[in-house]
Design a protein. Structure first.
Length: 483
């Protein structure tokens, strides 16, 4: 029997993206469709979303949603069903989804995402006639109050069951206690079983306490966040929810990420024509002002943040260059890390190149021409760049944590002998850990037969959405009691 699911998120490709969350939310509807799940995606109406949506039709109207007039609209020509909260006062602003053009978070993010979650909960309890959802699937803190509203203050109809997916437990939506009275939740929600966390309001905790099931984006991360090292203060509740917490690894959208038909590449290729990657390598060299040579070209495509271990990259750059390698970095984030990278370019002209900014097309080209990608994350719920790298024959060099540990098979002696290695894993995330991983990668690169075999194996690994789509569909059915 067909199942109707409302997927609630603050970003989704192709409409709006700041990170991996958008890739996942954008790919989910197609991933679950073969399993008879009809997914509707619900997004905030940022200018970019309203513009990309084209023709819309109003399905619900609010005179007063947290003090603002708003409406829920349906996108008329969407491939998969899509609803948007059109509330210009809260979302019709220049800047990013979460921050002003200056880069600082909007002061009223608590209100913006409470209003969004309220509207999601209304949808999931039948506020629109003829539109019934069995499941509400909330993603990350921006949507996490939706399960809390469903539990503590549902709308007029039968409330959907809720799934809460944690894409990154480091971001929790913590606000001072004084906002609680503005949220429209009953007093019973101001408790340790509700949104209260150390006398503050925690959106993510509220979602985790209220959802019928919790998922995160890899089995290793699901295990890690039970500990204080990775749980960021929420390990107690992860632990308490026990088997309700499941790890489902992200897939990649192979319609968007496939080297044989990727328009962003200078040369498309398959596992049989890997030699053509050299054309993309030349294009990267010229884009980044790097010397042209056949030595290993490392790439990084990343938010420039402590989580991603970019500070450790800065420490090992001299070692990397000293080993005859070059490095091309695409990313944006912490000003200090950006400055450190610029400084490395000055120190190593022709060997290190940096492009600060967000550039989807360039990220594809880099995967299509880089020899190896560095992903030295201190924690990584799933990680997508290593999955794209595998599909593109760009060998992933990853920290042994979370989804990175689950998706890359280290080229140790046993794995090489068994012919199963797909990359290099290392620990700890430190100068020694990363420098040693780079040395090992260079040794592998200098053995072309072994290197080719690693590349080809990665390209063959199946990280499409097929398996994960099925796992989500199974979970929805179990919760809906509709096997
Ligand atoms: P996170 O969501 O923690 O940032 P992921 O690896 O899960 O990390 O996803 C990051 C996504 O954002 C990938 O699709 C990656 O290609 C993309 N990305 C990150 N930085 C940039 C950038 N500067 N330009 C283009 N794409 C980027």
């Amino acid at each position: 029997m067909s199942l109707s699911v409302l997927s609630v998120a603050s970003e989704a490709v192709p409409l709006i993206k700041t990170g991996g969350l958008a890739d996942v939310v954008g790919a989910l509807p197609a991933a679950v469709a073969p399993h008879d799940v009809q997914m509707t995606t619900f997004l905030p109406g940022y200018p970019a979303v309203m513009m990309a949506a084209g023709k819309v039709r109003q399905v619900h109207c609010y005179d007063d949603l947290f003090g603002h007039s708003a409406r829920i609209v349906k996108v008329v020509d969407a491939k998969f069903s899509m609803l948007i909260l059109d509330c210009p006062d809260l979302f019709g602003r220049d800047g990013g989804p979460y921050s002003a053009p200056s880069g600082t978070d909007w002061d009223d993010n608590w209100r913006r995402f409470a209003a969004f979650a309220r509207a999601a909960a209304d949808l999931a309890s039948g506020v629109v006639k003829g539109q019934h959802f069995e499941i509400l699937h909330a993603h990350d803190w921006q949507s996490a109050l939706a399960p809390a509203y469903l539990r503590f203050a549902p709308g007029p109809g039968l409330a959907a069951k809720a799934v809460m997916t944690i894409h990154n437990i480091a971001f929790q939506g913590h606000y001072p206690a004084k906002i609680f009275k503005e949220l429209g939740l009953p007093k019973s929600a101001w408790s340790v079983e509700g949104v209260m966390h150390h006398d503050e309001v925690s959106y993510l905790k509220g979602g985790m306490e209220s959802a019928h099931a919790i998922t995160t984006v890899s089995p290793s991360y699901a295990a890690e966040i039970r500990s204080s090292e990775f749980g960021m203060g929420l390990e107690g509740i992860v632990f308490a929810r026990g088997d309700d917490v499941k790890g489902i690894v992200n897939g990649i959208d192979t319609a968007v990420w496939h080297p044989s038909n990727d328009k962003n590449l200078s040369a498309t290729y398959t596992a049989r024509t890997l030699g053509r990657r050299a054309i993309n390598k030349r294009a990267i060299e010229s884009t980044f002002g790097l010397d042209q040579d056949d030595g290993p070209l490392f790439i990084i495509v990343s938010r420039l943040a402590w989580q991603k271990g970019i500070d450790v990259v800065l420490e090992v750059i001299d070692h990397l260059v000293g080993n005859g390698c070059r490095l091309a970095v695409l990313g944006s984030g912490d000003a200090e890390l950006e400055a450190g990278l610029h400084e490395a370019v000055t120190r190593h002209p022709g060997r290190v190149g940096v492009h600060i900014g967000y550039d989807e097309a360039l990220s594809h080209l880099m995967q299509g021409g880089g020899d190896a990608i560095l992903v030295p994350s201190r924690f990584e719920p799933c990680g997508l760049t290593q999955l794209y790298a595998l599909a593109y024959g760009c060998v992933p060099v990853v920290a042994r944590t979370g989804g990175l540990a689950d998706t890359v098979i280290d080229a140790n002696v046993a794995a090489l002998a068994d012919g199963v290695a797909t990359g290099v894993q290392f620990a700890p995330v430190s100068y020694n850990g990363l420098a040693h991983a780079i040395t090992r990668t260079v040794q592998l690169y200098r053995d072309p037969e072994t290197w080719r075999a690693i590349q080809k194996r990665g390209m063959k690994a199946d990280f499409s959405w097929a398996r994960s789509g099925e796992a989500y569909a199974e979970l929805y059915r179990k919760l809906a009691g509709n096997k």
